[in-house]
Design a binder for this molecule. Structure first.
Ligand SMILES: Cc1cc2nc3c(=O)[nH]c(=O)nc-3n(C[C@H](O)[C@H](O)[C@H](O)COP(=O)(O)OP(=O)(O)OC[C@H]3O[C@@H](n4cnc5c(N)ncnc54)[C@H](O)[C@@H]3O)c2cc1C
Length: 535
């Protein structure tokens, strides 16, 4: 098995940081990109194709397929995720998963790929003035990305964990579909969340970042972008960075990156945090607000036969039935999918302790886990969270779980139970501290109706963080212009999931890729580079 990162380093890639070349004190370039995930990767490839001198700054480590071979959860979560996969909302009620390594969240994500849904784009046009972001105007940008990243519907049969969703939905007459994935020659191993050991996942780690490095980009790893130095005329003059250990502690003297233009692509939460730390202008008090999560709840079900939900493509079937039962700004809708059942992830997220947890662990081989991703950000009672800074400048998301959301949670528990029983489940348990293993749908209905829905007893998590640097047609409604440029800072753009004005009701990576593709090609033109399409 080849290792494209080792091969690239041997070819002379300019990578600086621990274990690589020494970090310079000062770097000059045309464009500095903060982050190396979904938005950053697409941007880096396009800028370097256009002949612009590009520096990529990533706070996480450079890891590759050889490092992912043990497929060990303890190693992966500690080294590839923000806050060792333990990032929490301010009140600690929700766990948030985000990547922190070269490739960002794309290195560890589950590969499901959806274009931005039409109803979300319509709300962006109506409420945020983004009238040029229609389905048909976005289509070419998505087509290019889909070609570049080999995005296509999954060809192989779903694993049993996903098949339960399809079987149950079919029985109830609920439409479900095959998910498109960004994979090439996938071995169907199922450990996408620990980094792909076969380089099949077309993440930024094996596609756009290597392409940019081959064209001469410089990559600084384990280097945190701390602060932008902004002058009185509203121009960014430099970026101050700190070398960091894996746990985020400073590991050396600060360094500076000077660029003609800066692209912030640290992901939702971290991008607004960098702008907050830099005291970027925010005349309308919008920065860090409207941060969305697709709050996600789960049901586990016990099946008579083996499910082995740790093996096989983690996401391959979805149903949007419950997103389309009312208006987008009505009661909260939800998307149904399955979640992988790796022991560490499942034991910590499925709740319980002591003998009950031990029993659940014994039952893992027969356990199916269904998830409902709740579409936040479309209703007045769903205004999203707010990114705040701790005393040491690190970010924290204040996101309140309210009754509007919990109404959706109760309906989601019930919808998932109906599908799981229809697929042959012997028992179903919503992941809620008061829930029991309900043995029939009638029992589940009665039990779910009685559940006390409030933070901490209701397990809610998220791997989809969006918003915080809202894109909008005027400065009164957004932090960033429709071309990605900051409304007040002429030489700074944002190209990542923090741009979304709402959540979208679909797994977000392809939306980030498509937007970054469109915005980067515009940026290339503004900077006088030679425009070139992504694929
Ligand atoms: C476990 C998991 C599963 C997922 N599954 C799917 C899926 O199946 N389908 C899907 O569509 N989406 C999925 N997602 C979400 C998807 O991957 C993200 O929405 C997407 O990658 C976000 O892109 P981004 O550019 O906004 O940020 P990211 O891809 O998260 O990249 C941000 C990068 O910036 C770096 N960074 C942040 N701040 C700084 C700083 N100050 N200095 C230097 N570097 C910094 C971070 O370390 C990170 O590497 C999943 C996410 C996770 C965590």
């Amino acid at each position: 098995m080849n290792d494209p990162i080792k091969e690239g380093l041997a070819r002379g890639w300019k990578v600086h940081g621990p274990g690589q070349r020494a970090l310079p004190e000062l770097v000059d370039c045309d464009v500095a990109i903060i982050g190396s995930g979904a938005g950053a990767g697409i941007t880096a490839e396009l800028l370097t194709r256009a002949g612009l001198k590009t520096v990529i700054i990533e706070e996480g480590p450079l890891r590759s397929s050889s490092d992912f071979k043990p497929q060990r959860e303890d190693i992966a979560y500690a080294s590839l995720y923000q806050e060792a996969a333990g990032r929490k909302t301010l009140d600690q009620a929700m766990n948030i998963l985000q990547g922190r390594c070269v490739g960002g969240s794309t290195t560890v994500n589950w590969t499901g790929s959806f274009r931005t849904p039409k109803d979300a784009l319509e709300v962006w046009a109506a409420k945020f003035g983004l009238s040029d972001f229609t389905e048909s105007r976005m289509a070419p940008w998505f087509e290019q990305v889909e070609r570049r990243l080999s995005i296509a519907p999954w060809q192989t049969d779903p694993n049993e964990n996903n098949a339960v969703l399809k079987r149950g939905a079919d029985k109830l007459g609920i439409p479900s579909f095959v998910i498109a994935r960004n994979v090439k020659g996938c071995w169907n191993l199922g450990s996408c969340g620990m980094g792909c050991p076969t380089n099949a996942k077309q993440s930024m780690l094996v596609t756009t970042i290597p392409a940019a490095l081959d064209r001469g980009a410089t990559l600084l790893v384990q280097t945190r972008a701390d602060k932008l130095l902004i002058n009185r005329e509203g121009k960014v003059e430099a970026l101050v960075c700190t070398p960091v250990e894996l746990d985020g502690k400073a590991a050396g003297p600060e360094l500076r990156v000077r660029a003609r233009h800066y692209v912030v692509a640290g992901g939702a939460i971290n991008s607004p945090a960098l702008l907050l730390r830099s005291q970027a202008p925010d005349p309308h008090g919008l920065l860090g607000k409207r941060t969305f999560l697709h709050p996600t709840v789960a049901n586990s079900a016990l099946l008579p036969d083996k499910v082995e939900g740790w093996a096989g493509a983690p996401l391959s079937i979805f149903s949007d039935h419950y997103l389309h039962q009312g208006p987008v700004d009505g009661p909260m809708g939800f998307k149904l999918e399955a979640a992988p059942v790796h022991p560490g992830f499942a034991a910590t997220n499925l709740g319980g302790f002591g003998p009950a947890l031990a029993d659940r662990v014994r039952q893992f081989p027969n356990t199916q886990v269904m998830i409902a991703l709740l579409r936040d950000g479309f209703h007045e009672q769903s205004a999203g969270g707010q990114v705040k800074l701790r005393g040491d400048g690190t970010p924290q998301l204040d996101y309140a779980l309210n009754d509007y959301l919990f109404d959706g949670v109760r309906r989601a528990y019930l919808a998932m139970a109906e599908i799981q029983f229809a697929a042959g489940a012997q028992s179903v348990r919503p992941v809620h501290e008061q829930a029991a293993d309900y043995k029939s749908l009638a029992e589940a209905k009665a039990g779910i109706a009685r559940l006390d829905l409030r933070p901490f007893v209701t397990t809610v998590g998220s791997a989809h963080v969006m918003g915080g640097c809202t894109m909008a047609a005027d400065a009164g409604r957004g932090v960033v212009r429709p071309d990605g440029q900051h409304w007040q800072l002429a030489n700074l753009s944002v190209h990542d999931g923090s741009l979304f004005p709402t959540s979208i009701g679909a797994n977000p990576q392809l939306s980030v890729y498509g937007l970054a593709n469109r915005l980067s090609q515009g940026l290339v033109e503004r900077l006088g580079g030679t425009p070139e399409a992504l694929a």
